[in-house]
Design a protein around this ligand. Sequence first.
Ligand code: PLP
Length: 439
Amino acid sequence: MVFKRFFDRTPAADAPETTDDAGTDDTGEELEPEFDAAAPEDAPDQSWAERAARVIAGGASTGSKRPSALYGTDAPDAPTHFLHASGCHVVAADGETYLDCSMGLGAVALGYAEPHVTRAALDAIGGGHVSGLNSTLEVTLAERLCSTIPCAEQVRFLKTGAEATSAAVRIARIYTGRDMVITSGYFGWHDWASEVKGVPDGVRKDVIRVAFDDIAALESAARTAGDRLAAIILEPVVERLPLDSWIARARELCTQHGAVLIFDEMKTGFRLAPAGFQELSGVTPDLATFGKALANGFPLSVVCGRKDLMQACSDTWISSTLAGEAGALAAALTVLEWHDQADVCELLAKNGAEMRRVVSAAIQASGAPGVTLLGLDPMWLLRFEDPSAESKFLQAAARQGVLFKRGAYNYASVAHDDNAVRAIEHAASAAFVELLDRT
Ligand SMILES: Cc1ncc(COP(=O)(O)O)c(C=O)c1O
């Protein structure tokens, strides 16, 4: 047993220093663990998607990475699993390299395996990234975020977006002593945020969902909630910037009702502007949540806001064993350093505008019907009227070496340079032409 030998041989503190090479024992045998968890395995008779379907419920742990979610249909030849990722490229399990436009669902803005971020995370991990005490990086990052995000006087770290939004709603409920929450947007899979099987009616009845930009719906929901309104939580950007009047009305209603305004900046933070929509709009919410690009793909989320509100954390229980894990904190600190050194968000907007320009030109040149380009430059999407045309397009583009996101945002990254844009142009043009040929 390699590990047993490895640990058995750890010298006692008073043992004499050995002159052996650190990696061999007396017989010259290797003492290092002998496996590489990341090494591809041979699976001659089954694809990775088939193997995943057997042992992973639903085929993937992230909903929008299920094979059917990636391509909309059975696509046996299209890539579903990857081995390595770097910049804006992924090496899929079949060894082919693809240019990726989904960038880990927006979690990666600086590029996959960005060397500075990776180095910082590895240094933190190598130095022992968890212990029974809190990492100093937790404090340093909290200080940096409080000076970067307008609404942030205090923060709490968690690991996922769903955790951060759930914490924000919990804080608002504790602070106001009320239950009702008005929501607009996607906030993750937790009960209060979901309308799916398995969520008890009791949880649903305290949540009123309203459509994006719908002022009348917002006002009507606030009337229904009345003096039970704890919070309005908004995803402030959904395919377009919101009406100023919608955001202003949400702010007013919260102020009138003594309720808490929460912006979920999961997609917008460190992408549209470092502090997200609140920085762009100048409207400061009471609480906000961040994640995704905050740590360039390392698992980290934040709930932050006014100190008097954040104090409610101490009146309830919001905690997770690895919330202050230092690898992700170090990654986030390096992301902040990047934003200090360069106008990352401007770069994302510039690269995204180029991506959109060539895809839009490809749509027009091909004359492909029923497809429109929506969104903002740093986060844009293709909307197809016919889902089967979308599937065909995605598979054709993959055959050309480019992965577009089905039904959701493509995210620009710093790594989407001129060469990447040319590859996108070529793949989109060929895929739209192929789509027309086949229909
Ligand atoms: C706006 C928004 N909030 C919350 C979430 C949930 O984040 P997570 O998937 O990390 O739980 C997402 C995920 O896409 C999101 O886009």
